[in-house]
Design a protein around this ligand. Structure first.
Ligand SMILES: [Zn+2]
Length: 383
């Protein structure tokens, strides 16, 4: 069991022979990031505000920006003959950059480029940096049992959130759901602290919400962060519930739009705060680790599954990923639940009923409890 758990937390190893297709676009040669990631264990993130991407592997990284013919590899600026392109959501890396990245990230491989492929053959054993090994399993997440739960009712005060017909305001529904989740959890879990970021109609900045959560972390104590929202769409036909975890690569356009809508609240925050979301160093510092992201996706799966078990009135839209500012700073497994659409006539009426709210809340609570049980059990075994 321990082995299986550890396995899911670790990045898989690359095969000794890698082959990546070269693409031609407007007469120039590129490697698409998609092909690169499909054929290697490289990981990446993308910041839609900065329009800047990061590809990483162990301690090595490259930061690029579509439209620029410079990139930064492990802190060193490199120049290319032509720029990185972003075409229909697909990132195209100039061949020069790709070769540079691969030769630095895979020093044990011999790389040869012959259109239409880059071929890589492993010629010697990789020397693993002991620092890199330590980074894969950060202490505070893998060693510490979950002892607190942060329930974050989205929006509040001057920020109503999404608004549905008849002046239905998201912030009101969120708080009701959050309170129900809290009492469900209180019944099921003894000895676990349950903290609400707000328990009244007040405005709280996004960064403050994760600050409240992170403040609870200490040696031996981990937590989870669950933000509760309801969604809105320009299409009145869209309905259903979904659970998100943080990623700079959104699942699809809809997921990106949902995050953009939720992130919109920053216009109500003070200017200094607002600047932080755009500050490159700040975002870099908050870059989520692969492990927290994997744990967050497990928490999201658990919550979504348990909501789906209880709710039959509307469909499960599944687990998705997107760049929600409210999740950015959390140093623990964290998710954002979109319980339904206030722009859908039938779903709006259900979201206002306390019997339906209770069902959603019970699903969220069961999902959290199930995740914590599994997580804490594995930690006891590990020790
Ligand atoms: Zn919201």
């Amino acid at each position: 069991m321990i082995a299986a758990w550890m396995y899911t937390l670790n990045v898989y190893a690359d095969s000794p022979h890698l082959k990546i297709p070269i693409q031609k676009y407007e007469g120039k040669h590129y490697i698409s990031l998609h092909d690169l990631q499909r054929n290697t264990s490289l990981e990446s993130t993308y910041d839609f505000i900065l329009q800047r991407g990061k590809i990483y592997h162990g301690n090595s990284y490259v930061v690029y920006q579509p439209g620029l013919s410079i990139a930064v590899i492990n802190g060193t600026l490199i120049r290319m003959d032509y720029s990185v392109k972003r075409v229909k959501g697909e990132v195209l890396l100039p061949l020069q950059l790709s070769e540079n990245v691969l030769s630095r990230f895979y020093p044990a491989y011999r790389i040869s480029m012959k259109y239409p492929f880059i071929s890589m053959i492993k010629t010697r054993q990789e020397q693993r940096d002991p620092l890199e090994k330590g980074r894969e399993i950060p202490r505070h997440t893998s060693k510490d049992a979950i002892k607190f739960i942060i329930i974050d009712a989205g929006h509040g005060g001057k920020d109503p959130g999404a608004i549905g017909k008849g002046n239905v305001r998201e912030k009101v529904i969120n708080l009701k759901l959050a309170r129900m989740v809290r009492s469900e959890l209180g019944r099921r879990l003894k000895g676990t602290r349950i903290i609400m970021t707000r328990n009244s109609d007040k405005f709280i900045e996004l960064g403050k919400r994760t600050e409240i959560a992170n403040r609870q972390l200490k040696n031996g104590v981990n937590g989870v962060f669950v933000s509760i929202h309801v969604n809105a769409s320009v299409s009145h036909k869209i309905s259903g519930f979904e659970t998100y975890f943080l990623s700079q690569n959104p699942t699809n356009e809809e997921a990106r739009a949902t995050a953009a809508l939720e992130n919109n609240v920053v216009i109500l925050e003070d200017e200094k705060r607002r600047k932080q979301y755009k500050d490159a160093d700040f975002i870099e510092a908050l870059m989520i680790t692969t492990q927290i992201q994997k744990e967050s996706s497990m928490l999201a799966e658990s919550i979504q599954k348990h909501m789906d078990n209880l709710v039959w009135e509307f469909k499960s839209r599944g687990v998705k990923k997107a760049d929600f500012f409210v999740l950015r700073g959390a140093l623990m497994p964290s998710v954002l639940v979109e319980a339904g659409y206030v722009t859908h006539r039938k779903e709006r009426s259900y979201l206002l009923k306390s019997s339906y709210q209770k069902k959603i809340a019970r699903g969220i609570a069961q999902g959290i409890v199930n995740f914590i049980d599994t997580y804490n059990r594995e930690i006891i075994k590990e020790k």
